[in-house]
Design a protein around this ligand. Structure first.
Ligand code: 3EB
Length: 341
């Protein structure tokens, strides 16, 4: 997996097959390789637009559609996308989530049940009311968890890494996922209650994700895919109204996830060497947040050199920032004490 300017696509000559990816292009950007790269309609802040996270493999890819999920598969890997729009939105976000995830799991079944590594969830008005007195994110969580349980997928311990953000455009649900026939290990953060164990104060059904996933990529490489991470300790939001303090708390959480991941493998994963996406509720804070991150992680770090800043709404109204990040390194998973894979 690599992040590179979208303009370089197709001209690299590496012989690698493009499986899929997310294109961060800002409004109006064209999608460079149709059907392969899926543009995210979140405004890119600062100079972070027009690049993409690419998932490439060595084997030829094949493409198809299962229900609302468009997918490409190559060797052990599967990348999928679902974009449910206005025509589907009348069903409500709970039904949308259930349908999109049911199609996602049907896609996995059609490919011999590869393990889910990472999911991206985007929905508009994430903290808005659903019209029946419940927050849309809570509704989304009901439909998502039900689809996991219906498909016999792990909705609690061992759930995939994920993020869930509110976009300011569109009216449906946007899903992206990566799965693979490989060993995937879920990582939790000792500073935080597992999200799948959040108490009912945050909704009748808990969110379905782990704090990170470690996955074997082959050739002795491991990927660390860190879920959206925010200023939450235990299960409680911290520093409402103080964005710089939220950034610092988020960095402490990210460091704790990296430490937990290093304990599960031999790869020397380091936060400052990872490639983040920084989601900000207030676009005008982008420059200040970038300076704060540069101060903490070094202006020349891979983290700062590759950082993508996007405008989006975190799923709790009091939180202003969420950071996800990913890294690749040489190493192996340590043998699992629980015998889970
Ligand atoms: C949190 O820690 C912040 O619902 O898939 C982060 C990552 C968050 C993923 C999701 C939500 C999700 O609860 C929000």
């Amino acid at each position: 997996m690599q992040r590179q300017p979208a303009g370089l696509l197709g001209g690299s000559g590496t012989g690698a097959e493009l499986l899929g990816g997310l294109h961060y292009g800002g409004p109006g950007a064209s999608t460079p390789a149709d059907g392969v790269l899926h543009a995210l309609s979140a405004p890119a802040l600062l100079d972070s637009g027009h690049c993409a996270d690419l998932w490439t493999t060595g084997a030829p890819a094949r493409a198809g559609q299962t229900g609302c999920v468009r997918w490409r598969s190559s060797g052990p890997w599967l990348f999928g996308a679902a974009d449910l729009g206005a025509a589907d939105a009348h069903a409500g976000i709970e039904a949308l989530a259930q349908r999109a995830y049911a199609d996602l799991f049907a896609t996995l079944q059609g490919h011999g049940q590869p393990a889910l590594l990472r999911l991206w969830n985007y929905l508009p008005h994430i903290t808005g009311d659903d019209g029946a007195g419940m927050e849309r994110y809570r509704r989304f969580n009901i439909g998502r968890q039900r689809a996991f349980l219906d498909a016999g997928q792990r909705a609690f311990e061992g759930a995939p890494a994920a993020c869930a953000l509110g976009l300011r455009s569109g009216d449906g649900l946007t899903l992206r996922f990566v799965a693979g026939h490989t060993e995937v290990r879920a990582i939790e953060n000792p500073r935080q209650v597992p999200a799948w164990r959040y108490p009912a104060d945050y909704g009748p059904r808990a969110p379905t994700f782990s704090r990170a996933a470690l996955a074997a990529l082959g050739d002795g490489q491991l990927a660390l895919l860190v879920s959206g991470t925010a200023s939450i300790v235990g299960h409680a939001s911290q520093h409402a109204g103080d964005t710089p303090a939220q950034v610092n708390e988020t960095l402490r959480n990210l460091q704790a996830v990296f430490e937990a991941a290093r304990a599960q493998c031999s790869a020397p994963f380091a936060l400052e060497d990872s490639e983040p996406v920084v989601y900000l509720r207030h676009a005008q804070q982008a420059q200040a947040v970038r300076e704060q991150l540069a101060q903490a992680l070094g202006p020349q770090s891979r983290f700062m050199q590759s950082a993508v800043f996007l405008a989006a709404d975190v799923c709790r109204p009091e939180l202003d920032v969420e950071i996800e990040t990913q890294a690749c390194a040489t190493g192996q998973l340590t043998p699992s004490s629980r015998g889970t894979a």
